[in-house]
Ligand binder design. Structure first.
Ligand code: UDP
Length: 331
């Protein structure tokens, strides 16, 4: 089967591409506009089309040329804080872009769609760990833009022959075990790479956004999931779609969380660096605790996690950061 991986040069997409390359029976085509993705992450021999999902003509040309059987969609703006400041950017990239992709799928009769959703659709959840069918009440435009797509997908399934899987990631992190690909955002806003930049001497200290949350040490708690474990869930989701021909939504979490202070402490152990930290005010749009169970993914997809410990996750990210201390392409 030919699988179009939109956003395949980005952080999560590149790790999925890497897992696919070790499987037989799939042909991968990466679509990426390289606004955030890195051409250096694309493995030799994998087809790459530079195109923007918000440019319908260029996306149609890719479908016309490659005739994919399934689409995985990772092109999105992903910063919670930025989404609060610039909501329209989020609705344009995340909702309008996805609509163009779905319209193109409808035109070319592509049936299977895997959507990169998020824990942020749940806002401040009523219960923890968050169940797969928990109520979705996002508290920032980023989460709302992803929830809007989840709703659109339900109506599309109803209206035309599309089957989808939504995968709600909690905090994707870590890097491929080879250290050859990893997390490189510009600007970087995510906790683990920022902490490791302190360990590398690129930043003097890590800022802790708020220590007055109702949590065990006052800092926000998140469910950190290794990107390679996430990649495996995508492949299982595609197998499920093809075999069962049913749409479904899965939370991908670990059932446990780590506070910001605990992640910093783990990084101190892994890197041997003191990693100075300073407490700042809360970041807008941040819920106190986000932890998910993955009951449905475990039961239906048979998904299991290899990385169960935050230190192992940080160690894998550290391997990449040491190999690429200034990211893929130092300027
Ligand atoms: N965070 C922090 N300092 C930073 C970056 C992030 O304290 O420099 C906190 C952030 O407020 C959140 C957690 O770390 O509670 C994880 O944030 P990240 O941006 O990595 O992921 P998100 O939870 O927003 O998807």
């Amino acid at each position: 089967m030919k699988v179009l991986i939109c956003g395949g040069a980005g952080y999560i997409g590149s790790h999925i591409v890497r897992e696919f390359t070790s499987l037989s029976g799939y042909e991968i085509v990466i679509v990426d506009n390289l606004s955030k993705g890195h051409v250096e992450s694309i493995p030799k021999g994998v087809t790459f089309e530079e195109a923007d999902i918000c440019d319908k003509k260029s996306i149609e040309a890719v479908f016309e040329k490659h005739k994919p059987g399934a689409v995985m969609h990772f092109c999105a703006s992903i910063e919670v804080g930025e989404s609060v400041i610039d909501p329209l950017k989020y609705y344009e990239n995340n909702v309008t872009g996805t609509i163009y992709l779905l319209q193109t799928m409808q035109k070319y009769k592509v049936k299977y769609f895997i959507f990169s959703s998020t824990a942020a659709i749940f806002g401040n959840p009523e219960t923890t760990p968050i169940a797969d069918d928990a109520k979705s009440v996002p508290i920032n435009p980023y989460g709302d833009s992803k929830l809007t797509v989840e709703k659109i997908l339900g109506w599309c399934e109803n209206a035309f022959d599309i089957r989808y899987v939504c995968l709600r990631y909690f905090n994707a992190c870590g890097a491929h075990e080879s250290g050859e690909i990893g997390e490189d955002h510009n600007p970087e806003t995510h906790l683990i790479p920022l902490i490791l930049q302190v360990a590398l001497g690129r930043r003097p200290q890590i800022k802790i956004y708020g220590n007055d949350y109702d949590t065990r040490d006052g800092t926000c708690i998140r469910d950190y999931i290794h990107v390679t474990d996430l990649a495996h869930a995508h492949i299982k989701a595609l197998e499920y779609l093809v075999k069962e021909n049913k749409s479904q939504k899965f939370n991908l979490g670990s059932g446990e969380g780590y506070s910001v202070k605990e992640v910093i402490e783990a990084a101190r152990k892994v890197t041997g660096h003191p990693i100075p930290a300073v407490v700042e005010g809360r970041r807008p749009g941040d819920p106190a605790v986000l932890i998910a169970g993955s009951k449905r993914a475990e039961e239906i997809l048979g998904w299991t996690r290899k990385y169960k410990n935050v230190e192992d996750i940080v160690a894998s990210a550290w391997k990449y950061h040491q190999a690429y201390p200034h990211g893929y392409a130092p300027k």
